[in-house]
Design a protein around this ligand. Sequence first.
Ligand code: ASP
Ligand code: MG
Length: 407
Amino acid sequence: MEKEIVVQKFGGSSVADIQRIKNVANRVVSYKDKHTDVAVVVSALGDTTDELESLAFQLSKDPPEREMDMLLSTGEQISCALLAMAIKELGHDAISYTGRQVGIKTDKTHTKARIITINDKRIRRAFKDNKIVIVAGYQGVTSQDDITTLGRGGSDLTAVALAKALRAKVCEIYTDVDGIYTTDPRIVPEARKIKQITFDEMLEMAFLGAQVMQARSIEVAKRFNIPLHVRSSFSKEEGTMIVKETEKMEEIAVRGITCNKGEAKITICFVPDKPGIAAKIFTEISKSGINVDTIVQNVPHDRLSDISFTVPKTDLSKTIRVTTAIGKKIGAGEILEDRNIARVSLVGSGMRSHSGIAARMFKALADNAINIEMISTSEISVSCIIQQDLADKAVRSLHKAFKLEAI
Ligand code: ASP
Ligand code: MG
């Protein structure tokens, strides 16, 4: 009988020090038995990747991306070797591999490469020899034999891609929280752990600010329908399953609430109201690689209107530069910026079949005297941009209004 295969991924905080690495070794070993082979993917110890990055930026404002990948990929090589040693100490056989050694082939986009193929031969051979396999996350190699990394948080992607290549039964993502919550429990103590959430909902929540898994890895899991189990490496409790369809999918309109304080609002005042102007503005902005989110154009007065939109705070100065230049060209007025905003969003696949969610959201905000500055919707989410100092209050009142503590 073919053995079942499980892929387990441990994030940086789960392997932050020797004690925690021993804890992971114990967990992995307890999982491996006669019927299961285990492939483990590890992130770099604690904040190693940030520390390596900061070394590079002390040398250069714009470090060459190939060298950045050489540097950043070392973090995961340390953790996978240490974990293999810890497992061997427990009397089990284990072997560690870099991304290159298990044939994780990527394209050439250094620092955010895409995986093209994985060669599972070496892993399968190790399984045959009854070894636990430890793979360094977040890295691969190009056809030219240059090391690449998969974007921050990329060990999740390694794990999902391995689960696909090995046809694993499940891909477990171990982290320092015990699952996905209806909202951030630091803001709302009544927040509940979600038992099951769909890929679409999780993706939407990741895009809107929830920081549990790398968004790309969820996309890949969705494409190949690989169930993910997000759980804590410090407890035995079940976490949250991310799956294609949940039970009672239609009944739950709002699965969770996210809050993102990382955006800023730009307003271009007195923009001439004629065809082609918005196209001109946003073409210039996108050419600079800036990711624009919600856009609002006010009703024109005297053939002039204001256009507001949001961008990540990290792109704010670049955006001001670009919009100032183009504003001059098209004869617009002042450019205003507001960093004190927050995006509060409701997410739920059930919105496809429930109506009136947006109206209930606006009412709950209004009842709490919270002014809405911008609104945007998708098929499964509604977002409001509000003032940042009111964000926590907004999340609390929405959590209550949609009775998420009772789900
Ligand atoms: N160590 C890398 C990072 O911190 C990859 C990962 O943790 O998934 O982004
Ligand atoms: Mg990390």
